[in-house]
Design a protein around this ligand. Structure first.
Ligand SMILES: Cc1ncc(COP(=O)(O)O)c(C=O)c1O
Length: 348
């Protein structure tokens, strides 16, 4: 316990050198999912990051504490972000910008082919509009570098008009600052484990969505820096294992270097699973639909078709395949529930 406490103090000090603004409702609850656990033959818990507060919560609020901290430090008055049409990150940025009296420009990328009218207008798009974001469109779809370049052009234009823009970049060429939000989440979890029921002490595996990889990488770095070696299973939501694994590793080591932590991760530390991703980003599959229905029915808890539904589908697949029978599993709920309303035609 005392070595955990001393690594926690060191980790907190390492992360404290980055500016932050306090945004979220933390700590988020850590709860048991007894009915679904029984159904799957597991001891199943959920970390409720869907309850981080601000405009339907989610994992992005933890990351934004760092991005907005840096934006305010730099004197920015305008924030820019690019993401999928139904991006939760975009909606969260629009909400926080409004709260901090900043202007917000969002660029929506056409990553999903043949989207329904609901996908274009409901869910997060409706919320972006209600939040007053200035919406731009990026018709090219899945091209991270080009989407980033378009943001840079827009930022220059705004700067020429006298604004002080701050771009939130999630691409691999940029420092993954927001990942420290999940280093803090690892500290938070360790504190909950220290004070909770002993049953919570030893998760065998933690399941979390892995997209830009900031969440996955941050959590992994935080846990390892605390000396906690629980496997973190990143469930691929955007790209397959081959592309995602090096991305998580690179993001994790960038976070380690940025904070000067005495740690280095290698390929074997990164665990990603893409067995529930098909047919691709933002595309609902039957396993995910079943996961959404089962979780709603058994636990009164909503998941989404793009991220958390695929993570729960992975847990269900492994449980039913006997791979994790009887284990103590933590499902990390990263939010995203407004997306549900844009998939109404496929879910109802
Ligand atoms: C609800 C939800 N879960 C998980 C993720 C994946 O997080 P990350 O992009 O940090 O890998 C996202 C990303 O947009 C998300 O919106």
């Amino acid at each position: 316990m005392s070595s955990l406490n001393s690594s926690k103090t060191a980790l907190k000090a390492a992360v404290a050198k980055f500016a932050t603004v306090q945004l979220g409702h933390m700590p988020t609850p850590l709860e048991e999912m007894p009915n679904l656990g029984k159904e799957l033959g597991l001891s199943l818990f959920v970390k409720r990051d869907d309850c981080t507060g601000i405009a339907f919560g989610g994992n992005k609020i933890r990351q934004l504490e760092f991005y907005f901290g840096q934006a305010l430090e730099q004197g920015a008055d305008t924030v820019l972000i690019t993401g999928a049409v139904q991006s939760n990150f975009v909606r969260s940025v629009a909400a926080v910008a409004g709260k901090l009296n900043m202007q917000c420009h969002v660029q929506l990328e056409e990553r999903v082919s043949d989207p329904s009218p609901l996908y274009r207008d409901n869910g997060n798009v409706l919320l972006d509009k209600l939040l007053g974001a200035v919406i731009h469109h990026f018709p090219e779809g899945e091209n991270e570098a080009a989407a980033d370049a378009a943001m840079a052009v827009l930022a220059s234009k705004l700067a020429a008009e006298g604004r002080k823009p701050y771009v939130i970049h999630l691409g691999p060429k940029h420092f993954p600052l927001g990942g420290y939000g999940y280093v803090n989440a690892a500290i938070e979890l360790s504190e909950q484990l220290q004070t909770s029921h002993k049953h919570l002490q030893a998760f065998d595996e933690i399941y979390i969505g892995s997209g830009s990889a900031l969440t996955h990488a941050g959590l992994l770095v935080g846990l390892r820096a605390l000396g906690i070696d629980t496997p973190v299973k990143g469930v691929c939501v955007r790209r397959g294992v081959e592309a995602q694994k090096p991305r998580v590793l690179e993001r994790a080591n960038a976070l380690i270097e940025g904070a000067g932590l005495p740690l280095r991760l290698s390929d074997s530390d990164i665990d990603v699973f893409d067995g529930t991703l098909a047919p691709g980003y933002g595309m609902l599959n039957d396993q995910t639909k079943q996961a959404i229905l089962l979780t709603a029915n058994k636990e009164g808890l909503f998941l989404d078709p793009v991220y958390t539904g695929k993570v729960m589908a992975a847990i269900i697949k492994k449980a039913r395949g006997g791979v994790i029978a009887g284990k103590n599993i933590l499902f990390w709920h990263t939010g995203g529930t407004p997306v549900l309303f844009s998939y109404q035609d496929q879910l109802s």
